[in-house]
Design a protein around this ligand. Sequence first.
Ligand SMILES: [Zn+2]
Length: 458
Amino acid sequence: MDILINQALIVTMNRDRAVIPRGYVAVREGKIVDVGTGDGLSKYVSEEVVEGGGTIVTPGFICAHTHLYGILLRASVWFGVIEPPTDFQQNLQRIWWAVDEAMNYEDAYASALMGAAEFARTGTTMFKDTFSGPNAIDGVLDRIKKGVDEVGIKGFIAFEATERRSRDEGLRGLRENERFISRYNSDPDELVKGVFSLHASFTVTDDLMVKTKELADKYGARYTMHVEEGLIDVYHNIERYGKRPFERFRDVGFLSPNFIAVHVVQAIDDELELIKQHDVKVAHNPMSNMLNAVGVPPVPKLIGMGVTVGLGNDGYIFDVFENMRSAYLLHKVHLKDPRAMPPLKVVEMATIDAAKVLGVDGHTGSIEVGKDADITIIRPEYVPTLVNEETVYGHLVNTFNGRDVWGVLVRGRWVTKERRLVNVDMGKVMEYVHGVAERLWDRMLKMEPKYKVEYLKL
Ligand SMILES: [Zn+2]
């Protein structure tokens, strides 16, 4: 064996959701080759042995929706100079579309480096990202890929095409995704691949949606879009098309099992039925929904209907444990029902269900023989109560945080070990990225704050 994780508590997330209280995981050539109970050393000789007293082993966590570039805006001075947004639309106008305009190629690379480092440090081994920026389109995905590859985790990346400013820009975004997908998606050795991405239904035409769906079909790729995050999305569609967003999608043939709808906060029951009928996947971002004050999506209802929902962070907080905790709590307070969102379901949304959302559950998302060795090793310094097979989901959701992550394997290679990133020097990354963020903020401060954005008449 290359690596044997031994005598640890193993949360497999396999079909039976088996938890092994004292077991082992054997890794060879990047794959999980055995998972069992007891002392693995009585069975195997291994080059490296990770002894597991007090160790919890989970599948590498998966983020179903992020924006790596969001990390550059953390605690930005920009928030102090603009008139605070009062709703979702103003949030886009005053914050996100200003960031987009200021984004350059170096920002794309630096944020990918820092975002991937944050993920790796806190236990996430795979994500789906979409980048936006009208001044950094052609070739930008190569820069993002470079940042992620330097850290060593897996990801799907995309340029978020939008026709908000012009039709041509939308097509350029789509072409960038096609270029990247045609180059990387069929290579089994690549860790970073592509998906197609559109911003939101109120900033794209039917034509761009149809073209995106055709290309996604051609390459067998996932495609994603923010849907009904704010009410503007609903009103825009009703005003221009006389239909709610999912009705419009159905009528242009946009719905399919490869579509990842992000947010669906405002969706009504008829639309949930369409999601279910077409096996559309959903990415849920509870911390972003709270931050942007857009409302709470009907996630427990979707799950009850059998829709696959994965947990995302929407570019906000990268620590999966904080996102799980938020998903766990948000629906309880919203529905005034403490039974909403049991811990196991929350962990599923961040592992095997997120893998299903991204279409990669055949090789990651659980600890099972034959899958890639994408594994997170948690070693909390302190736990208030017993951790065992009955309590572990409760602890994953209530107790642990990203700082408890001791190690992360991606395809059997250490990305984080002994709480430190293996492939990059975090001190140097921080120094570099802080400088990049400062320059980005300077550029934004020189911009005229835009309190109104002219729309293309879609
Ligand atoms: Zn998003």
